[in-house]
Design a protein around this ligand. Structure first.
Ligand code: MN
Ligand code: MN
Length: 275
């Protein structure tokens, strides 16, 4: 059950209202990475969660996000207040000034309505926790960008608090994920296909106009990787059998897997790349 206490989680103060900044703040009220999206994502995940301990975590943080929604809503409204009476201010957000009478609404800064499509709810606790870690990272960077566009001391105080809490949540979700004890690349129950899972396809090759490199790093280099150079031009694996095939589609082990042609071979029928 929910209960409302007539006290903000963080006291909000605005020194100088800035309607254009208030419009930007709507991103954290009714936007894709905003507080309502966070509150609904975690709360709905929690309702679906059969793991009682992590369900408690989801409901704790989902409920805190509702308190954040209230804080950002009050802060935004203080910035938008001049929209009600001043023509110049009203131009910062006609939707809020003309339709909403100067009150906050569940739209983003461009007037797009909030949508449940923002939510990521999978019904798998480890996948949901990964979604939540990413959601907290997005919320954090959104707050940081907002903070870069205001010098209002009171506003910065409130945004600093809200930004900090997102890191707190990211930490809690990360540790909850780790506490499941699953290997880091294990999702669901079915194992990936051995061999194929360790192949890195170098599908973007050459050096770009601005010196963009053909990069090597821990993501494609070292013991756990098989680096496959430009597979489209050489060979690829049959998705059916895992057998290595040559470019013309004949499986080397003679299997009857359906023929699959590389893009290069296809194109060579009509036009040619050779000069
Ligand atoms: Mn939040
Ligand atoms: Mn959060």
């Amino acid at each position: 059950m929910y209960h409302h206490v007539k006290e903000l989680m963080y006291t909000v103060r605005v020194d100088v209202p800035d309607p254009k900044f208030g419009n930007m703040l709507l991103e954290q009220f009714g936007g894709a990475n905003g507080e309502l999206a966070a509150a609904m994502q975690y709360s709905v995940q929690g309702i679906n969660c059969d793991d009682p301990e992590r369900k408690d975590l989801l409901m704790d943080i989902g409920t805190e996000e509702l308190s954040h929604l209230e804080v950002i809503g009050v802060l935004t409204r203080m910035h938008l207040k001049p929209l009600r009476s001043k023509r110049n201010a009203a131009e910062a957000d006609p939707l809020i000034s003309i339709v909403g009478g100067g009150g906050v609404s569940l739209h983003n800064s461009m007037g797009s309505a909030w949508t449940a499509d923002y939510l990521k709810v999978t019904g798998e606790i480890d996948v949901d926790l990964r979604n939540n870690i990413a959601a907290e990272a997005r919320a954090k960077i959104t707050y940081e960008r907002l903070m870069n566009f205001t010098g209002d001391r009171g506003t910065l105080d409130a945004l600093q608090f809200l930004m900090t809490r997102e890191i707190t949540h990211m930490k809690a979700f990360t540790l909850a994920l780790e506490s499941l004890g699953k290997p880091v690349f294990s999702i669901g129950k079915l194992p990936p296909t051995p061999g194929i899972v360790d192949q890195y396809f170098n599908d973007s090759t050459g050096v770009g106009d601005r010196g963009e490199p053909d990069a090597r790093g821990p993501w494609n280099e070292g013991e756990s990787w098989e680096f496959v150079e430009a597979p489209a031009f050489k060979q690829f694996l049959s998705p059916e059998t895992g057998a290595r095939q040559s470019g013309d589609g004949h499986a080397e082990n003679g299997s009857s897997a359906p023929k699959k042609r590389s893009p290069v071979k296809k194109q060579s029928k009509g036009t040619t790349h050779s000069k």
